[in-house]
Structure formats: C-alpha cells, structure tokens
Design a protein around this ligand. Sequence first.
Ligand code: MG
Length: 390
Amino acid sequence: MLTENVSNLVVLGSTGSIGRQTLEVVDLHPGRFKVTGLAAYDELDLLAEQVKKYQPRLVALGNASLYSQCRSRLGNRVEILTGVEGLCELAAYAEADTVLVALSGAIGIKPTLAAIKKSRRIALANKETLVAAGDIVMQSAREHHAEIIPVDSEHSAVFQCLQGERAYVRNIWLTASGGPFRDYSKEQLAEVTVDMALSHPNWNMGPKISIDSATLMNKGLEVIEAHHLFAIGYDNIKVLVQKESVIHSMVEFVDGSFIAHLGVADMRIPIQYALTYPERRPSPAAHLDFTQLAAIHFAAPDHGRFPALGLAIAAGRRGGTLPAVMNAANEVAVGCFIKKQIKFDQIAVLVEKVMHDHAIIDRPGLEDILAADQWARIRTRQIILKEEKI
Ligand code: MG
C-alpha cells in the first residue's frame, strides 16, 4: 500500500541487531519508508545484501581500511563514504528525513549532531551519545528543532506514557530485568564468562549492550539518558528490577497515578514507534497474553553486587566530562572482557579507577568531551596493560 507520507530513512548501524530489526520494520510497511542510506562498520556480506535489496544512494563504511573490498563487493551502483566523516556526511544527507542512529558507543556523537543540524527526526538507539554529550546534543536539538525519539525500550515506554502529560511528572521509573546474573553471589559474579554474559534471558541484543545489561551498567547509562531526554533531575529517576520485562517503564504523576507501558520484549515495537510517531501501525510482535503471565515480580537493584549502576548514576550527577569518561572506560573495559583480557567483575573496578583519575572539566564543549573520551580510553588500556592492581 503506497501512502502519501513516505519517510526517507538513513540507518546508521544497519548490520547490528537494531539495524536489522529496523529493516524488518521497513519490510512490513511497503511504501511507507524508502531507505536512502545505510552505514555499517565492517560486516560487508550483510551490507552487500542490504544494498542489493534496498538500493540506497549512499553507504558509509565505519572501517575505512575495508574500502577497496567494499567497493568491489558493491560495484559502482552506490557512493561509498568512510570513517566518522563518512557517517556524518550520510547523517546529514539531503534525501533523509529520519536518521536512525543504532551505532554502538560514543562514536555516535558526531553523526547524531550532524543529523540534528539538518533538523532531521532522530530515532535514537545509541544511548552512549546522550550519556557522553547529552547537554550539547539536547541543546542542539532545541536550536535546530530536531525531534529526538527514543528507541531504547525503557525510554520509548516513558515517552509514550508522557504524551500530553509532561507538566505533571513526579518520578520516572526505569525498569530493569536485572540481567542474566540477577541472583548470583559476588563469588559467582567473579567467575562469569563471556559466553554466559552474552546470552540475555529476555532480550536479543548486540554484544556491548548484552555485557552492559549483565553488569547493570546499561541501566546506569539509561538513567543518564532519561535525565537528558526528559529534562528530569536524578532524584526523580528511579530504577526498579522487574525480571519478566513486561513493564518497560512507568511514569509516576503528582496525584499518585502511575502510567506504565507494557508489552512483549520485542525491539521492533519501539523501533517502529520511533519511525512512525505519532502514528501507530500493526506490528508482527506478539501481543501480551495476561492469562499466561503467572506473576510480575519487583525488587530494588542491588548496588553492592552490581556497582556499575551506582558509578554511572554518580557520574551523571557530577556531570561535566565525567559521564563521557565513565562511558569510555566502560566501552574499553567491556571490549577487553569480550577479548578475555579482564574478568567480569573487573569491569566496574576499572571504570571506577579511571573516573577517580580524571580531572573533571565543568560545562565542557564538544572538543572537551571528545578529548576526555580519548583520555579515558588510553588510561583504561594503560591500567590493563601495566596490570596495575585492579
Ligand atoms: Mg533499554
């Protein structure tokens, strides 16, 4: 069915979990979206398939060293940009009206800002960008009248609960599954392997966010993300463990009413909502069957066993360049855990040490944030290489 309002869509991170599910959503609504640009880091096989199927005008390749290989795979049908500059050029591409940012990590900052400066709708699935540079990104979005619609399931849930009700919010309640090791002791957490951490019970996700979910760092990053997206103070953002992942988040209003967003744990729902908002469309995601739900359990998060959550919130509260440093240290630590260079419970120890070593800059500009991010990456690797006591 062809509709009047075709969205021209650029997908940054098209070969990752969110990118692939975004293209599934595109397939479900023929005529509603036209894919005008795709960006991937280095998965050439899948990228070549996607280019053949969607025939975008532009492609950006994050790993510039693969340019020749990419050129021979894609032929001369499509223009290929490379590196962060290429991502920025694609994000600002004239034929896009929605840019879905599904890059992993603070690498998303510059492309997101490039899309904002062109007043695009940003469907944001890249929380690290808001964690590291939230003040700058939100300010720029206001200046350029760029809508930022969250794709992160919790923030999509809050965004939906807040429609028409922003003035009366008391607290935002972010729910957490608690990750695969919710009930592990400290001793058991020390022995967690990469394979164990990569298999999440409720959500099917990429490697970085799967590890972050296991340490609860993901929920800490989401607290900072909520602070920026909804302009709400840290005292009014609560974290609640809800292990079935049925309630995706809630808003508590001044009169004691709560509005909760419920659904199955399927990312195609928040992805589609961010693309079609304020319109809703049918989705292939299953619908909840409440008669099959035995119970919904609630618990407070355990900061003792999962210190990453508190570290992230502390970084957010302190502000300045500290959230960027915390985030970058975590990105490096997670990468080293995946490469089996450090143990699971050393991730948070490393993040804390790098945060402690950082000389915070208040009211940072973009260059300060990018420099702090680089400093933190180098410092984290130094600590690991020197095998300083972590
Ligand atoms: Mg989330």
